[in-house]
Design a protein around this ligand. Structure first.
Ligand SMILES: [Zn+2]
Ligand SMILES: [Zn+2]
Length: 126
């Protein structure tokens, strides 16, 4: 069954075929700022399994990655890691129904906001 989602205003929509290969809470400062949220939860897909409708804007957030967002409403949509171009990391807050895919890992746990308690028992991403 396809996974669907999109930005706040609906100008950008996506459809992903198949389940995410991994769901990760990222606590790094860059993700926090990019998402405007104290944690960023991403679903990793093979890039060719995700199709998009609507125009996405791009921000080169570092030498090793870029992020996409809706140019109309500003919703954060993806992270893209240059060393892994075959993958795309879709912001789970944009899923129409994120509840079907619980997180399995944490990234950058050392940077976690101290008062945030979420899925404490999950391991660090390998
Ligand atoms: Zn939008
Ligand atoms: Zn991050």
């Amino acid at each position: 069954m396809a996974i669907t989602g999109g930005c706040l205003c609906g100008a950008v929509r996506f459809t992903a075929e198949g389940d995410p290969r991994r769901v990760t809470h990222c606590h790094c400062t860059m993700c926090r700022k990019a998402m405007g949220s104290v944690v960023a939860t991403f679903a990793t897909f093979a890039r060719d399994r995700v199709s998009w409708e609507g125009e996405r804007a791009l921000y080169e957030s570092s030498d090793i990655g870029w992020r996409e967002f809706c140019p109309r409403c500003g919703s954060s949509l993806t992270y893209n890691y240059r060393p892994r171009p075959e993958r795309i990391y879709v912001a789970m807050g944009c899923f129409d129904d994120p509840s079907a895919f619980p997180a399995g890992f944490h990234d950058f746990r050392a940077d976690k906001v101290s008062w945030l308690h979420v899925d404490e028992d999950l391991p660090d991403a390998p």
